[in-house]
Design a protein around this ligand. Structure first.
Ligand SMILES: NC(=O)C1=CN([C@@H]2O[C@H](COP(=O)(O)OP(=O)(O)OC[C@H]3O[C@@H](n4cnc5c(N)ncnc54)[C@H](O)[C@@H]3O)[C@@H](O)[C@H]2O)[C@@H](O)CC1
Ligand SMILES: Nc1ncnc2c1ncn2[C@@H]1O[C@H](COP(=O)(O)OP(=O)(O)O)[C@@H](O)[C@H]1O
Ligand SMILES: [K+]
Length: 539
């Protein structure tokens, strides 16, 4: 249940169900409409005690068909419902058309042009007439181009006529105008906001990538997933093409408590060296805080030993702050090489507070030459701005790059440009596409940070750690939070966790720790929040 599907993957599941006779389009549409109504009543129970008036905006495809089902089901519950159709009824696809016909026996459907007239001069100006529920069933996973000007304008008029808070807004599958593969609004040119932001979006079967990436969360409001009776395991088992299609699906990060456990019945008498030895390389005096944050993250997540390697001039500063963490003198690449002569040092972290320039580049090359597991973050990345290929030539599969968007843009300027150019067609280039392309080019794991952190392995797994909806953690946007994350990943690498899994678990725990603390969080709090999270997830 952790897959985040593309529109094409969702269509493949649906098509397989049709081919195997496991469901008909009409059945799926009925269940989709039911799922929307159930989600509305469960999420907004007060609506049942209000005027119970709904406006349903239906589009020209199956998303519109779902809207007609919702209208009928609300009407059957005693609601007043009015549909507005963008498109021509006789050009609706068959299931949508059938539901339009069923609805037409029960209530009115107003044409889009009349709808705009009503918006301007009628509905909304009279309090008694105002709906308490507005359903957006215009476009779902079928959106491939920007909303036409007249529709965009009408939705903005609707937004003004019923400002958010006056009527609940619920989107069927997708907020119309949002590309469900990227979470980016499709726009004709310059970037603009979606005309209509929702209170809730009800997705079917699984969340789609667009619900969690980029502008998805703020456009969708809350998300609910309605079960429409598709048995994915059975469909996969029956069809090898579907297995292949879904084998490439992006998944959501999960904690995997068993990777975090120490000792236990099958491992009595374990030694600290059984959990590895992480090395974090520090900057000079006045710049050691970032490495110390990372080191503490590495130790708390369970590395057996952690050493900070700092220049001689910063030893006293480090020593006055560190207790369980060890210290080694490291005045540059040649010292680092000597330190790495100790084979027990099995995971390295370079970048936080290290400084930008040739000394950092040299140390990165030494670290990569040792073929250890390695996290490269912050200044270790910025030091290669303008000379990224010289870095890529030395990367290997046990390296994880952890850029924020600024660092990503410095290493992969062309990929960044594709991600930030206006999205004029669907499926739009997404943060998943960008991270996968970067990983393929770099030849190592890339973790692109943000509230929608994407982790991609070259030609392998892609995982999203989403800090949105009920897992929102805006407090993580605080200085040093990224340093702690790189340390946490390094700690798991030291413990021998498979690199992409280490990145996945660490990002999940990072968000969970921040959620536990809430407002007022500073980066230094994060490592000490881990024990409580561990207890809760049964480590
Ligand atoms: N895939 C499934 O298993 C199910 C899908 N259902 C619904 O079907 C939806 C997908 O339906 P469709 O594939 O018909 O697509 P949509 O209803 O999202 O879009 C309709 C059509 O509009 C056209 N279009 C795209 N962008 C446009 C634009 N900017 N302006 C004007 N026309 C545009 C396209 O030709 C598209 O096929 C889902 O989002 C969901 O709501 C549900 O009925 C239940 C099951
Ligand atoms: N709005 C947000 N919600 C959740 N997490 C966020 C948000 N903004 C940033 N983060 C996370 O916070 C961390 C910040 O890291 P980074 O930008 O490297 O900061 P620093 O260099 O100060 O440590 C990253 O893990 C990132 O994913
Ligand atoms: K919609």
């Amino acid at each position: 249940m952790t897959e985040l599907l593309t529109s094409a993957q969702m269509r493949a599941i649906e098509q397989t169900a049709f081919d195997l006779g496991a469901a008909t389009g009409a059945e799926l549409m009925e269940r989709a409409g039911q799922g929307v109504v159930e989600a509305i009543l469960a999420s907004f129970p007060d609506l049942e005690h209000g005027s119970r008036r709904a406006v349903i905006l239906c589009g020209p495809g199956n998303n519109g068909g779902d809207g007609f089902v919702v209208a009928r089901l609300l009407k059957e519950r005693g609601w007043t419902a009015e549909c507005f159709l963008y498109g021509e009824a006789d050009r609706l696809p068959p299931d949508a058309r059938a539901n339009f016909e069923r609805w037409s026996v029960l209530g009115p459907t107003t044409d889009f042009n009349d709808w705009r007239f009503a918006l301007r001069y009628g509905v909304g100006s009279n309090g008694a007439e105002a709906p308490t529920l507005v359903i957006d069933a215009l476009f779902g996973t079928g959106l491939v181009r920007p909303l036409a000007d007249d529709l965009d304008r009408a939705l903005r008029e609707l937004d003004a006529a019923f400002p958010k808070g006056t009527a609940k807004r619920v989107a069927v599958d997708a907020p119309s105008g949002l590309c469900m593969d990227s979470g980016r609004p499709l726009v004709p040119g310059a970037k603009v906001e979606l005309p209509l932001k929702q209170d809730m979006t009800v997705s079917f079967h699984r969340l789609k990538l667009g619900h969690v990436l980029s502008e998805g969360p703020e456009s969708c409001g809350a998300v609910r997933v309605a079960d429409i009776g598709l048995d994915q395991a059975a469909l996969r088992a029956a069809r090898s093409e579907l297995r292949e299609t879904l084998g490439a699906a992006v998944t959501r990060a999960i904690p995997r408590a068993y990777e975090l456990r120490k000792g236990g019945e099958d491992a009595p008498g374990v030694h600290k060296y059984d959990y590895g030895h992480a090395l974090v390389v520090s900057g000079g005096p006045g710049h050691t805080g970032a490495a110390r944050l990372a080191a503490r993250g590495a130790l708390r997540i369970g590395a057996g030993l952690v050493t900070v390697a700092a220049p001689g001039s910063a030893m006293t500063e480090c020593a006055s702050h560190l207790t369980a963490i060890m210290l080694a003198r490291c005045n540059g690449a040649s010292d680092l090489g000597a330190i790495l002569g100790d084979e027990r040092l099995n995971a390295l972290c370079l970048g936080p507070g290290l400084g930008v320039g040739s000394a950092t580049r040299d140390m990165v090359m030494t670290a990569l030459g040792s073929r250890r597991c390695c996290v490269l973050d912050a200044d270790a990345l910025t030091s290669f701005a303008g000379s990224a290929p010289s870095l890529f030539a030395h990367l290997h599969s046990r390296v994880i790059l952890t850029p924020h968007t600024g660092e990503f843009a410095r290493l992969f300027p062309d990929i960044w440009a594709k991600l930030t150019d206006p999205a004029t067609r669907g499926p739009a280039y997404s943060k998943v596409d960008a991270t996968q392309e970067a990983a393929a080019r770099a030849g190592c794991i890339v973790l692109l940070k943000g509230p929608d952190t994407v982790i991609a392995e070259p030609g392998g797994r892609t995982v999203i750690s989403a800090a949105s909806y009920d897992r929102a953690a805006p407090w993580l946007a605080t200085a040093g939070a990224g340093d702690v994350l790189s340390g946490m990943i390094t700690g798991l690498l030291a413990r021998g966790v498979w690199p992409v899994t280490a990145a996945e678990i660490a990002t999940w725990l990072h968000v969970e720790a921040a959620r536990r603390f809430g407002p007022g969080l500073i980066a230094a709090d994060l490592p000490d929040l881990l024990p409580a999270v561990f207890r809760e997830i049964g480590v």
